[in-house]
Design a protein around this ligand. Structure first.
Ligand SMILES: [Cu+2]
Length: 172
């Protein structure tokens, strides 16, 4: 390989800097928002499994839907769920519903730890995946794909049906 001339070298450095900047923006983003196009290489999480995932059916035109599921950590170390993305929704956030003075509100929630041998439930009135920017209308029976991201960089792909009510949990 012949030595690169200075302008070629600068171009290479510029690209590398851009790539690093893009990577930093991505990992440092405090929001769980993401675009479908950012689905990258899959590093499977081998210790967490998902049960009873579903997306609550909403009237046509609803701006936001909610996704629920239970994450079981079969591993010997705590697992840290960080964020999620979906093929149907442009933005997915982790939310916690709060009842204050009888009024139901919700706020974004941060990373959630699933203890070793324990589980984490997303359910109506509690923790949920807030699903925004639907790419198309959803009806009961449709399937929504999610990719769950953990703090260690591992991922888990989940398919959740759109349903009017929670599916029965699997008996272990
Ligand atoms: Cu919410």
């Amino acid at each position: 390989m012949k030595p690169a001339n200075p302008s070629q070298l600068l171009a290479v450095i510029a690209i590398a800097v851009l790539a690093i900047a893009a990577g930093m923006t991505c990992t440092a983003a405090p929001q769980m928002a993401t675009k479908t196009s950012q689905v990258g290489a899959m590093v499977p999480n081998k210790t967490v499994h998902v049960d009873a995932a579903w997306v609550r059916a909403a009237p046509p035109g609803a701006m936001m839907l909610a996704g629920y599921m239970t994450l079981h950590n079969d591993g010997k170390e705590p697992a840290r769920f960080a964020w999620a993305q979906s093929d149907v929704f442009g933005m997915v956030e982790l939310h916690q519903t709060l009842i204050t003075n009888g009024i139901s509100t919700m706020r974004t929630a941060g990373e959630q730890t699933i203890p070793a041998g324990g589980s984490l439930r997303f359910e109506p009135g509690g923790l949920h995946l807030m699903l925004m920017q639907a790419q198309h209308a959803l009806k009961i029976g449709d399937q929504v794909r999610f990719r769950l991201h953990f703090a260690d960089g591992s991922m888990l792909d989940v398919t959740a049906p759109v349903s009017a009510e929670a599916p029965a949990p699997t008996v272990h």
